[in-house]
Design a protein around this ligand. Structure first.
Ligand code: ZN
Length: 306
């Protein structure tokens, strides 16, 4: 889709978007999907080495603002002593990492900071599967489960950020897995993430045989359908963009649509909930988060909104 290049007044501006993931960092410089001028993928190692590589990527670029979409949990409240930090993570070495400082170094430009999934939501909302919608949800079901909710054009957040992977879901009657979440055991992520399926199957989902795949499909659709029911009723999204490794299982999207219809049970009877496009795959692929970080940068340049 062609979108106008961002400007402030009549000046053309360029942004850096950094998506910080647990296994890789995607760095972009540009204005959008059709205006990427430089891009690099960096393996996530210890914070010092990894963030030094990000700074080295940015070094030759004169950007007007930087947007960061980071794995977390993170502190998003400007003015808080830990703003811009990853606060408490199970990823070794990364707790209390000052990500903003690590990315910017001595550079003085406006910077915006969000969760990785909020970034992906913003990317899909600007250029992808939720383009043009005011209220929608982006959910990824993979190594972990996380999501970003946009309501009337604004990300949902406040004290902390949404943790859509840690909501409770009803257990499938044939499922005895205690759950793999280190905090809650059998929360949504504890039952439906990639590691949960690996714990059930004794092997990675990608390596499962046909019978195991059928079981995984049934369980994944059950749990995702239950999770989505909660989000449909809480956030009233116009569409749900569903991504991630588990969500990309062949046949899963259709199975989730069927399951969600059963979960909603005709209530409140909105025909939009029954449309196939109500739950759809992401359109930006692996670039959703980094492109969304460009949107975060643009918002940082425009300054806080009232
Ligand atoms: Zn949990």
């Amino acid at each position: 889709m062609q979108t106008p290049e961002p400007t402030v007044g009549t000046l053309r501006v360029v942004f850096a978007g950094i998506e910080l993931g647990g296994t890789k960092i995607i760095c972009l410089v540009g204005t959008g999907p059709d205006g990427v001028v430089d891009e690099r993928r960096i393996e996530t190692r210890d914070p010092e080495t990894t963030l030094a590589d990000v700074r080295a990527f940015l070094e030759p670029h004169d950007v007007d603002a930087v947007g960061i979409a980071s794995f977390g949990p993170v502190e998003l409240r400007p003015g808080h002593a830990s703003y811009g930090h990853i606060t408490r993570t199970t990823k070794p070495g990364w707790s209390q990492t000052d990500v903003i400082r690590g990315v910017l170094g001595d550079r003085r430009v406006p910077v915006g900071f969000e969760t990785d999934v909020n970034g992906a939501a913003l990317g899909e909302g600007r250029w992808g599967a939720a383009a043009g919608l005011r209220s929608f949800l982006y959910l990824t079901v993979g190594t972990g489960i996380g999501g970003g909710a946009v309501s009337n054009g604004q990300l949902v957040g406040g004290l902390g950020h949404t943790e859509l992977g840690h909501v409770p879901v009803p257990r499938h009657p044939d499922d005895a897995l205690p759950g793999v979440c280190p905090f809650h055991g059998d929360c949504f992520e504890g039952l439906a993430s990639g590691p949960a399926f690996q714990a059930r199957l004794g092997r990675r989902l990608e390596d499962a045989d046909e019978e195991q795949r059928a079981l995984a499909l049934e369980l994944a659709a059950w749990y995702i359908g239950a999770g989505l029911r909660g989000f449909v009723y809480s956030f009233a999204p116009e569409r749900i963009v569903l991504g991630g490794g588990v969500a990309s299982l062949p046949g899963l999207l259709d199975a989730v649509l069927v399951r969600l219809r059963d979960e909603l049970a005709g209530y409140p009877g909105l025909p939009e909930h029954l449309e196939d496009a109500f739950v759809c795959a992401p359109a930006l692929g692996g670039r959703a988060g980094s492109l969304g970080a460009l949107v975060i940068a643009e918002a940082a340049l425009r300054g806080p909104r009232d």
